[in-house]
Design a protein around this ligand. Structure first.
Ligand SMILES: [Zn+2]
Length: 426
């Protein structure tokens, strides 16, 4: 029915109905997907408007047998609809039952619908839309509504801004990537679960999986997400200011969702446990850790595929914890050490073979941009790690103010916010 309605209304996510639903805030990615689908359908089937015109005026299509046949079918065939009597609960049961057959609902869509009154889905939806568009949270009191919108807008910025475009021509990449709305929803629901609970298994005793009547648990969920994201990016004191191109993108500029979620899981655990040692160790070892991620992208990509998919995030979280431990990862680490830390020793062999055509693909163009420009990226003089200047930066007095240091250009350096805060406390 949805597919037919999209065709009849010529609305594949960018038409009049969609624009109203999303309050005109439709991403370029969504527009691109809608336009390519429209083109495909118009080429292979014809637009509904064409067929409808042909139904009423056959004189114009004498030479087009296919269109004539289609117009005839549209005129003579009926759709059978089934009516079920009952209340909303009955409709819901029927809906999920019907959508398990034929073309089943996408798993993420089903998850969003089933949990729609619970913080995990309300928060994912509000973050995705930066607190705008259709308001799944509009039943709450106005104070809760505006708090939800404010927090979601912040999180959307931390995760998805600026929107990524291919080929990649900027190092200002979003931490959370975003390839399609469905994959972003999946990422968001996992992210929330890893931050709040540390695992994605559903437990009805936990607040993100309980119906939210007044918005308070959605707010609590969003605040927990902000607390963890602030450690990864942003200008606030506790921010490690991780460079996404170093950690979360493969050499072709594609976002590595599982490595990103692994980092989220590791950092969120440290935040929940008040584990300041994790952040200190990470910073002390940052040059080596960044080398592991930046110089072994092809190996990490292969390793990711070799790990059983349900275990990937957990494996990367464990891996990140291991990289902060000097006894497990020396400064002269080898690729074998990486595979061993991932329990993949002997299971895969590092290789650089890839299939290439005659033209430069978006992947190739992105790869050359990323490898060249990261070389020129700013580094933090305190820890030696890369700085994503657009997102996370702190201005440090080289000679401290307390020592009489002044505000001259000669006495300023750009650092990670967290590194600067450590310097202050030492
Ligand atoms: Zn630093």
């Amino acid at each position: 029915m949805s597919a037919l309605l999209a065709w009849i209304n010529d609305d594949y996510g960018d038409g009049i109905i969609s624009r109203k639903f999303f309050e005109n805030k439709i991403t370029d990615e969504q527009k691109k997907i809608a336009e390519s689908l429209r083109k495909k359908i118009n080429n292979e089937i014809g637009s509904f408007a064409t067929i409808k015109d042909a139904m009423y005026d056959t004189s114009t299509i004498q030479n087009d047998d296919m269109l004539k046949a289609r117009a005839n079918n549209a005129r003579t065939r009926a759709l059978s609809l089934q009516w079920v009597e009952g209340d909303a609960a009955k409709a819901e049961t029927s809906f999920f039952k019907i959508n398990k057959q034929g073309t089943p609902l996408d798993k993420t869509e089903e998850r969003l619908l089933r949990e729609r009154a619970k913080p995990i889905a309300i928060a994912a939806r509000s973050i995705m839309r930066a607190g705008t568009g259709h308001k799944y949270w509009s039943n709450f009191e106005s104070e809760a509504v505006s708090r939800i919108e404010e927090l979601s807008n912040d999180l959307n910025g931390q995760l998805f801004s600026p929107e990524i475009k291919y080929p990649v021509k900027t190092l200002n990449l979003p931490h959370g990537g975003r390839s399609s709305p469905i994959s972003a929803y999946n990422l968001l629901m996992d992210l929330i679960a890893y931050i709040v609970v540390g695992t994605t298994s559903v437990d009805d005793k936990i607040y993100i999986y309980k119906v939210d009547d007044d918005g308070s648990s959605t707010i609590r969920t969003l605040e927990a997400c902000i607390k963890t994201m602030k450690r990864l990016t942003g200008n606030e004191m506790a921010s490690l200011g991780l460079h996404p191109a170093v950690f979360f993108y493969n050499s072709n500029g594609r976002h590595m969702d599982t490595i990103f979620l692994g980092m989220i899981k590791a950092v969120a655990k440290a935040v929940r446990d008040n584990d300041s040692v994790f952040f200190r160790n990470f910073t002390n070892r940052r040059v080596t850790i960044e080398k592991i991620f930046l110089e072994n992208k092809s190996l990490l990509n292969q390793a990711n595929s070799a790990i059983y998919s349900a275990k990937r995030v957990e494996k990367w979280a464990e891996f990140i914890a291991k990289t902060t431990d000097e006894s497990q990862f020396g400064d002269d680490f080898t690729q074998e050490d990486i595979l061993e830390a991932l329990d993949l020793k002997g299971k895969i062999i590092a290789s650089e073979v890839e299939e290439v055509g005659a033209n430069f693909s978006d992947s190739t163009k992105s790869a050359i941009f990323l490898s060249e420009s990261i070389k020129a990226a700013q580094k933090c003089p305190l820890c030696g790690g890369y700085i994503q200047v657009e997102k996370s930066v702190s201005y440090d007095h080289i000679d401290a103010k307390s020592n009489g240091g002044n505000g001259a250009v000669s006495n300023i350096q750009i650092t990670h916010p967290y590194c600067n805060s450590l310097k202050g406390s030492d």
